[in-house]
Design a protein around this ligand. Structure first.
Ligand SMILES: O=C(O)c1cccc(C(=O)CC[C@H]2O[C@@H](n3cnc4c(=O)[nH]cnc43)[C@H](O)[C@@H]2O)c1
Length: 231
């Protein structure tokens, strides 16, 4: 809970009483525990955009053309690439990249930036990353800040996992994170991507996933963040 010495610290930076939040998720399952809470929240619109970057980009861009928001809050599960993010833990993503936008050549993965097909510093990219510039918002969540990588196909290859972890330094993999960062940066809308780790990347044995625990923890935190933001 973004709370310091009994004070709601979101309130110290958000003076407007009519804040509008867009809660964005890939699937209904990821925010199902919030159903009854969300029904009572006039300040919150919900967008279930579907799995993957394309549907997220389309849905979010269309919604932002209809309505202005003070915050887009993405809630989702993801796969961990780092031991510090065990299944069940939750982080806010401070930078994102497209993990599969490029080529695999002679066993080596290279991005469009490595290939010099696109400039790594042309907006909204900074050094090939999609940074969340809202440092204050991220800090106020009180969550650990992790680096995200977004893919169209859930990663199972050990070489790709090694590349994401060791070469990119990515910590949490999802299928929608970079789409949020890309659209929100282009539209200059404040945003947060909150990811709960449901599994270690590459783990396809669902008995080893913490799906229920990750969704519960994610929803607990999302509810706290919404309450704090609109307070
Ligand atoms: O196959 C199943 O039974 C099943 C059950 C629950 C969830 C799934 C998914 O494949 C979820 C994809 C969804 O969640 C994010 N996610 C979760 N783990 C990962 C991962 O290791 N790598 C990439 N994305 C992941 C993703 O953002 C999707 O929205 C399957």
């Amino acid at each position: 809970m973004p709370n310091f010495a009994g004070r709601n610290i979101f309130a110290t930076v958000t003076q407007d009483m009519h804040k509008k939040i867009l809660l964005l998720a890939a699937t209904e399952l990821e925010i199902r525990p919030l159903n009854s809470f969300l029904k009572e929240q006039d300040a919150v619109d919900v967008l279930i955009a579907g799995i993957g970057g394309v549907s997220t980009t389309y849905g979010l861009t269309r919604q932002l053309a209809r309505q202005r928001y003070d915050l887009v809050l993405q809630a989702g599960i993801g796969g961990s690439l780092a031991n510090r993010y065990a299944p069940g833990t939750v982080a806010v993503i401070n930078r994102e990249c497209f993990g599969d936008l490029g080529v695999v050549e002679e066993g080596r993965r290279r991005s469009v930036f490595d290939l010099q097909l696109a400039p790594a510093d042309a907006p909204p990219f900074t050094g090939g990353w999609l940074l969340n510039p809202y440092d204050g918002l991220m800090a106020l969540t009180g969550l650990d800040q992790a680096k995200g990588v977004t893919v169209n196909e859930i990663t199972t290859s050990k070489d790709t996992i090694r590349h994401f972890r060791n070469d990119l330094g990515a910590e949490i993999e999802s299928m929608e994170g970079a789409a949020l960062h890309y659209v929100a940066l282009q539209e200059a809308v404040p945003f947060l991507q909150v990811r709960a780790v449901s599994n270690y990347a590459g783990e396809r044995d669902k008995t080893k996933w913490a799906l229920g625990a990750s969704v519960s923890k994610l929803n607990e935190i999302i509810e706290q963040l919404i309450r704090a933001f609109i307070a």
